[in-house]
Structure formats: structure tokens, C-alpha cells
Design a protein around this ligand. Structure first.
Ligand SMILES: NC(=O)c1ccc[n+]([C@@H]2O[C@H](COP(=O)([O-])OP(=O)(O)OC[C@H]3O[C@@H](n4cnc5c(N)ncnc54)[C@H](OP(=O)(O)O)[C@@H]3O)[C@@H](O)[C@H]2O)c1
Length: 163
């Protein structure tokens, strides 16, 4: 096995103070943040591993207030990806972040995302980026959000003494 894709995720619409807030938050953290962290740790130890793909979100960069913990888990995954990408470079493992915008899937429950673009359009847009070797691939509305994160790339490189 040479590729790991961390795609599984849930999105909970919720309000602080509501009865199940903390329990639902813990589920979201376990599935969206802890699981990819654990899988990266395990799979990066396989000698055959070459590519790890983490699916984050445009909401990693600009939060949507109705899904507060979801956005925080995606910000976690974005930050984790940036650091571990550099650690794994020396082991010949590439780490790619896929940054989708809102798309028409069942995320958050049936119907919530029906008005958004089909997944096909997203796939067609990101494959050329993958083929071109981009480490962050994105599309549509998320392009702007991801660009906001790139503002800090010079500081990231300077702090970590990267060329
Ligand atoms: N759709 C969007 O607007 C959007 C935007 C940005 C980012 N994303 C990200 O894209 C990824 C895929 O989401 P989607 O839009 O395709 O949503 P989806 O249709 O709800 O699919 C979610 C996927 O996660 C899996 N999953 C959920 N909980 C799991 C668990 N406890 N264990 C194992 N698998 C679990 C589901 O598996 P089962 O089918 O077996 O339950 C399903 O394959 C997620 O990380 C999501 O955050 C989506």
C-alpha cells in the first residue's frame, strides 16, 4: 500500500449550550481530527507509503458559525498537514491537502448541500492540479479562502528555515 486518503468526515450544525453540544463536538473531533492523526502516524511508518492525502475544507480558513467545531477540526487538519508535510519530505512521502468548497453531497445530513456544485466539477478541477504536483489543491469558492492561508507562507518558511 502506498497511498492513504483521509476523506471520512462529519459536519454537525450546533449551538453552544445546546444539550448535546459537547458529546457531538467530541464525535466530530474524533472522526475529523483524531482519526486522520492516528492514521497518518500508523501509515507513514509503512516502508511502501508514498502519498498521504488529507481532505480539509475552505472552512479551515474562514469559519461558518453554525458548524463551529467542524471548522476547528478542519483548521487542525490544515495546520497538521503543513507541519507533517515538511517532516515527511525527508522520508520521501508527499502530503497533499485537498481543500473542497461546499459541494453537493450528504455532508451534515441529506439536503443541506443540495444547492452546491456537483462533486464531478470538483474532481475535474483538482486532477490537473494533482498532475502538476501541487501540494494544496482547491476549487471554486475555496480558492480564495485557501489563498488567505498562503499569505503566511513566507513567515512559515522563515520560522522553519525552509528554502
Ligand atoms: N461536501 C462538502 O461540501 C465538503 C466541503 C469541504 C470538505 N468536505 C469534506 O469532504 C470529505 C467527504 O465528505 P462528503 O462531502 O463526501 O460527505 P458525506 O457524503 O457525508 O460522506 C462522508 C464520508 O465519511 C465517512 N464517514 C463518516 N463517519 C465515519 C466514521 N465514523 N468512520 C468511517 N467513515 C466515516 C462516510 O462513510 P459511510 O458512507 O460509510 O458512512 C462517507 O464516506 C469530508 O472530510 C468533508 O469534511 C466536504
Amino acid at each position: 500500500m502506498d497511498v492513504l486518503v483521509n476523506n471520512a468526515g462529519i459536519q454537525n450544525w450546533m449551538e453552544i449550550g445546546s444539550e448535546s453540544f459537547y458529546v457531538r463536538a467530541k464525535d466530530e473531533i474524533a472522526i475529523n481530527a483524531e482519526a486522520p492523526l492516528h492514521l497518518i502516524d500508523l501509515f507513514s511508518q509503512l516502508p511502501s507509503m508514498r502519498t498521504i492525502i488529507n481532505v480539509s475544507s475552505g472552512l479551515a480558513f474562514v469559519p461558518l458559525v453554525n458548524v463551529p467545531v467542524y471548522c476547528a477540526t478542519k483548521a487542525f487538519l490544515h495546520s497538521l498537514t503543513k507541519s507533517l508535510r515538511e517532516q515527511l519530505r525527508g522520508r520521501n512521502i508527499e502530503m497533499i491537502e485537498v481543500i473542497p468548497p461546499a459541494l453537493n453531497t450528504d455532508l451534515g445530513g441529506k439536503g443541506i448541500h443540495d444547492a452546491y456544485p456537483p462533486v464531478r466539477a470538483f474532481i475535474e478541477a483538482i486532477f490537473p492540479q494533482l498532475e502538476a504536483g501541487h501540494e494544496e489543491v482547491t476549487f471554486g469558492f475555496s480558492e480564495q479562502m485557501a489563498a488567505s492561508g498562503q499569505v503566511f507562507d513566507p513567515a512559515f518558511k522563515r520560522m522553519n528555515q525552509l528554502s
